[in-house]
Design a protein around this ligand. Structure first.
Ligand code: 4NP
Length: 156
């Protein structure tokens, strides 16, 4: 089976994109689709290379029985070729990703909030929880729960 390769991208790859990868992984595991996907995440700034996800995100996700195993790495130009879908968290991530592209892979890049529905359709980016409190991490996870359902519908 040809797997769909999906990369989630944020700035530091320690809060939002590791959580997006983990929430989407949990969703496809629960649906029995895990053999259809290869998931990864990356950050555009590379400042946290080699680090685990932020402990606050690991804790907030674990309270929902979601494992966040990501080790931070920088987004690189080659990712544009390797992955079928590149899902960014905000407009700044989008700019940082597409500026590495020659124009031939831009169709693969979309924003996580493009897949939101219902009460979450009002959001146009995933808020960065890094400088805030616990609420921000829970908000990100709530939004990701909603968006990942839409993403799965779109790409499966
Ligand atoms: P993330 O959050 O992009 O959701 O991983 C951030 C984490 C760290 C930094 C910025 C955003 N930072 O600049 O250190």
């Amino acid at each position: 089976m040809i797997k769909s390769k999906v990369l989630f991208v944020c700035l530091g790859n320690i809060c939002r994109s590791p959580a997006a990868e983990a929430v989407f992984q949990a969703l496809v595991n629960n649906k029995g689709f895990s053999d259809q996907f290869d998931l990864d995440s990356a950050g555009t700034n590379g400042l946290h290379d080699g680090e685990n996800a932020d402990a606050r995100m690991i804790k907030a996700a674990s309270l929902r029985d979601i494992d966040v195993p990501s080790i931070s790495r920088k987004f690189v130009k080659k990712d544009l070729e390797i992955f079928d879908h590149i899902i960014v968290m905000d407009d700044s991530n989008y700019e940082n990703v597409v500026k590495l592209d020659d124009g031939s892979h831009v169709h693969k890049v979309s924003k996580m909030t493009d897949y939101c529905s219902g009460e979450f359709s009002k959001y146009d980016h995933v808020l960065d929880p890094y400088f805030g409190g616990e609420d921000g991490f829970n908000h990100v996870l709530d939004l990701l729960d909603n968006a990942c359902l839409g993403l799965l519908q779109k790409i499966s």
